[in-house]
Design a protein around this ligand. Structure first.
Ligand code: GDP
Length: 426
């Protein structure tokens, strides 16, 4: 019996989807517990390549129950489209359960996200414009709509009217936009609610029962530790906690349920959106790493935006693993580094004349930090077909052991390609 959290130790896009898909085979439940459609998990398997935004990564296994927990930002439109896409591409009908307490991303949230990012212009935070920040603002201001509200028209109307009262003043006065009427939102929401109905249930009860019965449960995080609103690079963070510590809350499980925390870490760094990124590259070196990274270059799974890339950042990753409470690390994208003669690694920061290794500076200071690099020999070969650690070229083994030493957490698996089977378990 295990409850495992799979979470990111960096800025997101570490390859959590691939790792979840690979580990899901032995699980009964895969659970999304935070965030919404603002990040995509890339999965490549026998059905083809998928970028899942709303669906948990267990949907390719018919035996798995995929849960969208109360802590998520449920975009019904995206969810229904993704289910349709799976059907269209021949995937067996997945088992999906959506918490009746999950809250719904409304068109008004997407509109506010868009208008605010426009207003901020160059001072924006790199929002994916999926409505996530306005959604969570409403949730904690107690102006949100829960899934269960969709099945009580009077209550839904009243909730929308309450939420729109203040928003319409901001819409007209600040953004010079037409006001939005609650009644106009109803038909589409009620229509979506009917399509969602077969999936809605009390998922907290479901998961507690599964936990009691000793079922294996995977809790799938979105983004990474450095995007956590409390501990990350605020305000260039997301709006819900990306940490394993939040997973039992957002999923609906006891806090002591998690026994295994796999922090997914990339063998180099990548970051989508704005914010300080100490080991960021520039020029040709950046173009080359971006072109060769991931499964088809480092471009955002949600936005298609080119990802910023840099060398492995030990300071940020050590901090990310600490925040996650990692019991082990999955190191992904190791194959990507096979083109280099020598591989730079950011082992510490230089800040105000000091060398920093074990603390992670606050955002304003981070902007002034420089990376201190050490160089490891490269292996200059294709390792994507290798399936055991001992068969890796010596330089690749050394790189893994060096990273392990730097972050102080056991690297339990090494991913050498985007496909499910391209995995080395140590
Ligand atoms: P997630 O949000 O953490 O699931 O990560 P994304 O799917 O956004 O980004 C990870 C990228 O790396 C995707 O393009 C994956 O297909 C790709 N990927 C994952 N693991 C590996 C790996 O070991 N090697 C290579 N080359 N690509 C990988």
């Amino acid at each position: 019996m295990t409850v495992t959290a799979i979470v990111g130790a960096n800025w997101g896009d570490e390859g959590k989807g691939k790792m979840t898909d690979a580990l899901a085979a032995k699980s009964s439940f895969v659970v999304r517990y935070q965030g919404g459609s603002n990040a995509g998990h890339t999965i490549i398997n026998d059905y083809g390549k998928f970028a899942l935004h709303m669906l948990p990564s267990g949907v390719f296994y018919p035996h798995i129950t995929n849960v969208i927990g109360p802590g998520t930002a449920l975009d019904i439109d995206v969810l229904l489209r993704e289910i349709e896409e799976l059907r269209g591409r021949g995937v067996s009908e997945p088992r999906i359960r959506v918490s009746e307490r999950a809250q719904v991303v409304l068109p008004i949230h997407r509109l506010f996200d868009e208008l605010e990012e426009q207003r901020l212009g160059a001072k924006g935070f790199g929002s994916t414009k999926r409505g996530i920040a306005p959604f969570y603002a409403d949730k904690y201001a107690k102006l949100g709509v829960q899934v269960a509200d969709l099945y009580d028209e009077d209550r839904l109307l009243q909730r929308l009217e309450q939420s729109l009262a203040a928003k319409n003043i901001v819409l007209t006065e600040l953004y010079c936009h037409d006001p939005v009427q609650a009644r106009d939102l109803l038909p589409e929401l009620l229509n979506q609610a009917e399509k969602l109905r077969p999936y809605v249930s009390d998922t907290s009860r479901l998961l507690h029962d599964a936990y009691r019965d000793g079922e294996s449960i995977l809790l799938e995080g979105q983004l990474g530790a450095l995007r956590d609103p409390d501990h990350g690079i605020y305000p260039y963070s997301t709006s819900s906690s990306t940490l394993a510590g939040y997973a039992p809350v957002g999923a609906g499980l006891p806090p002591y349920a998690i026994t295994r925390i796999i922090a997914v870490v990339k063998a180099y760094s990548s970051c989508v959106g704005a914010g300080p990124f100490v080991s960021e590259l520039g020029g040709d070196a950046e173009d080359q790493l971006r072109r060769l990274g991931g499964d088809a270059g480092e471009y955002g799974a949600t936005t298609g935006r080119p990802r910023r890339v840099g060398w492995f950042d030990a300071v940020a990753t050590r901090y990310g693993c600490m925040l996650q409470g990692a019991t082990e690390v999955a190191l992904t994208n190791l194959d990507v580094l096979g083109y280099l003669d020598e591989i730079p690694v950011c082992t510490s920061y230089e800040l105000d004349g000091q060398i920093i290794k074990h603390t992670f500076p606050i955002t304003s200071k981070l902007q002034e930090a420089n990376s201190v690099l050490e160089y490891l020999p490269g292996w200059r070969s294709d390792i994507s077909q290798i399936r055991s650690f001992e068969e890796l070229p010596e330089a690749a083994q050394r790189y893994v052991l060096f990273v392990e030493e730097l972050i102080g957490v056991k690297i339990g698996s090494v991913s050498v390609g985007p496909n499910r089977e391209q995995l080395i378990v140590r």
